[in-house]
Design a binder for this molecule. Sequence first.
Ligand SMILES: C[S@@+](CC[C@H](N)C(=O)[O-])C[C@H]1O[C@@H](n2cnc3c(N)ncnc32)[C@H](O)[C@@H]1O
Length: 285
Amino acid sequence: MSTKDEIAVSYDVGNDFFRLWLDERMNYTCAVFDETDDLEEAQLAKLATLYEYGKVTADSRVLDIGCGWGANLEYLAVDRGVRDVHGITLSEAQHAEILARRIPGVTVGCVSYLDYAPPTTFDAIMSICMIEHVCTPQEARKGEAVERYRDYFQRAWKWSSPGAHFALQCILRVRTPRDRADIREIGWASRHQLPGGLAPRMEDIVQAAEPYWEILHVRTRRLDYRRTCEHWRARLRQHEAVIRDRWGDRLFEDYDRYMTACVRGFEQRYLSLAQWSLRRLDNID
Ligand SMILES: C[S@@+](CC[C@H](N)C(=O)[O-])C[C@H]1O[C@@H](n2cnc3c(N)ncnc32)[C@H](O)[C@@H]1O
C-alpha cells in the first residue's frame, strides 16, 4: 500500500493548485466522453455511469473508498439526493477540502482502508482509481499482487450488506513500453508522481474479486483517459504563469511532464482504464 507520506506527494501539493486545472468538483480520474468533448460534462457522465454500475438509489448507504476531494460524494448527495454518503481518503488536504464543502448527508474520514472499521454496512461500494495504491511495485515483484487486491475486495465485502453492488474504476497496466524514452518517462512518472502506487493487471483483478464479488460488467476506456489527460494538460498550460509564480517552475514542469507521459501511456496502450460493475456474492464457501 502507498504510505501516508507517499499519498501526500501525490495529493497534498495544494488544493488551490489542483482547483486551477481539474474540473469544478475536482475529479482526478478518467472522464467519459461518449456524448461530449467538454471536461465538466464528461466528468459528470463518468459519475453517472458509476452510479448505475453501483445500483445506487436515494435510499442507499454508500461508501466511496479513496474519495479524493469529494467529487463523487457531492454528486451523490446533491445531484442524486442520496441521503447517506460516506467517504474515506488518506490525504489530509483532500479531507480538509471535503469538510470545507459542508455537503449535507456526507461524512468523511481521513483513514486508510486498512484501518477502517465502519459501524454499519453499506448498500453500495464505490472506488474510483484508488486500487492503484493497494499493491506496491515491490509487493507485485514478490508475486503478492492478487493477495493484496483480494484482501481489499474481502474488506469491501465485509463492509457491505447482502445484495450490495460495487462500482469500481481503475487504471490497468497492459504492456511494458518498448521505446526507451517511454520506459524512462513512465518510470519517472510512477516513481515521482505516484510513489508506492501501481496500476493493476486486469487478470489480477479478475482473480482477486473471487470469491467475494461477481463481475457483472467490465468496460475499458483507454482513449477516454488519454482525452482526460489532454484536457488536464491544456488547462495546466493555460495557468502556467500563475503556477510558476505561486508554486515554482519545478511544479509546473513536473506536472506537464507527468500529463505528457500519461497521454503517451494511454495512446500506446501501455495503460488502459476499466470500469467494473460487481455484485456481492452473499453465500460464499
Ligand atoms: C487518484 S485519487 C482518486 C480520487 C477520487 N476517487 C477521484 O475520482 O477523483 C486516489 C485516492 O485514493 C486515496 N487513497 C490512497 N490510498 C488510500 C488508502 N490506503 N486508504 C484510503 N484512501 C486511499 C487517495 O487519498 C485519493 O483520494
